[in-house]
Design a protein around this ligand. Structure first.
Ligand code: SAH
Length: 249
C-alpha cells in the first residue's frame, strides 16, 4: 500500500506536508490549550510533525495512521529524534474507516480529508473516535475568492470549483454539519511557498541523482511547470486552514 510516487519524491524532504509553517503548527497546538496527556488520533499523519512536536511541547500522546511507508518511517525517526517515541506511535495503513480503540481528546485529519470522502465524511469518521467534549481538527483548502472559471479551479488542483468553498461558507458548512467552530488557524502565502516551493529543490536534486529513472520525465515536467503554476494560481486563489470543531449536542 502506498501513495502515488510523485508525492514520495517531491515531498520526501518535507516535515510538514501542508501550507503550515512550524510556527503555525505550534500556534495551533497552543490555541487548543491541550492538557498534558491528551490523547490524539491523526489520520493521514504524514511525517508526523504535528504529533511529535505537540508531544514534545504540550505533553500529548497519540497515534498517527498514514498510507505512505516512507512518511510513516520518517515520522518514527522524528519521534525518536525529539525523544517522544514512548508517547506517539505511527501505523502504516489506509486510514479510511479507521476508528481508535480508545476514545481521544483530539481527532485530526489535516490535509487528507479524501480519507473520509471529503470533510463531511471525515468529520463523521473522526467523531467515532472522539471522547465526549473532544475536538476535531480538519485541515482543508478554501477559495480566497471564487474562481471565475472551472479551468482556473483545475489549475489550483481542484477537480471543480465546488470542491472548495470560500471561508465563510466553509465555516457555515461545519455549523450545518452540527459542529461548533471553536478555533481556526489559517495558512498564509509564505506557508504556501514553504509547502510548494520546497518541492522544487527536492525534485531538482532527485532528477540530478536519478536521471535515467522511468519516472524522471514526469518529475522534469513538474519542475518545468510548477513554479509558474503555483505563483499564478494556488498562491493567489487558495487559502488553507485548520479548523477546530466540537460537536454540538
Ligand atoms: N497531515 C500531514 C500529511 C498531509 S499530506 C501533514 O499535515 O503533514 C496527506 C497525507 O495523507 C500523506 O501523508 C499521505 O500519505 C496520506 N494519505 C493519503 N491517502 C491516505 C489514506 N487513504 N490513508 C491514510 N493516509 C493517507
Amino acid at each position: 500500500m502506498d501513495i502515488p510516487r510523485i508525492f514520495t519524491i517531491s515531498e520526501s524532504a518535507h516535515r510538514i506536508h501542508n501550507p503550515f509553517t512550524p510556527k503555525k503548527l505550534a500556534t495551533l497546538g497552543a490555541a487548543l490549550r491541550l492538557a498534558p496527556g491528551t490523547r490524539i488520533l491523526d489520520l493521514g499523519s504524514g511525517s508526523g510533525e504535528m504529533l511529535c512536536t505537540w508531544a514534545r511541547d504540550y505533553g500529548v500522546v497519540g497515534t498517527g495512521v498514514d498510507l505512505s511507508p516512507l512518511f510513516t518511517e520518517q515520522a518514527r525517526l522524528r519521534a525518536a529524534e525529539l525523544g517522544v517515541a514512548d508517547r506517539v506511535r505511527f501505523l502504516h495503513g489506509d486510514a479510511a474507516g479507521f476508528v481508535s480503540d480508545e476514545r481521544v481528546g483530539v481527532a485530526a485529519c489535516v490535509g487528507a480529508t479524501w480519507i473520509g470522502g471529503g470533510y463531511a465524511g471525515t468529520i463523521e469518521l473522526l467523531s467515532r473516535s472522539l471522547a465526549p467534549g473532544g475536538i476535531m481538527l480538519i485541515g482543508e483548502p478554501y477559495w480566497l475568492r471564487l474562481p471565475p472559471t472551472e479551468e482556473l479551479a483545475r489549475k489550483c488542483e481542484a477537480q471543480t470549483i465546488s470542491d472548495f468553498l470560500v471561508l465563510p461558507e466553509l465555516l457555515a458548512s461545519f455549523r450545518r454539519l452540527g459542529c461548533d467552530v471553536v478555533e481556526m488557524v489559517l495558512a498564509d502565502q509564505d506557508g504556501w511557498d514553504r509547502y510548494e516551493a520546497a518541492k522544487w529543490l527536492t525534485m531538482r536534486r532527485w532528477l540530478d541523482a536519478n536521471p535515467h529513472d522511468d519516472f524522471a520525465p514526469e518529475v522534469r515536467a513538474q519542475l518545468d511547470t510548477e513554479p509558474e503554476r503555483h505563483a499564478t494560481f494556488t498562491r493567489e486563489w487558495l487559502g488553507w486552514g485548520v479548523f477546530a470543531l466540537m460537536l454540538r449536542e
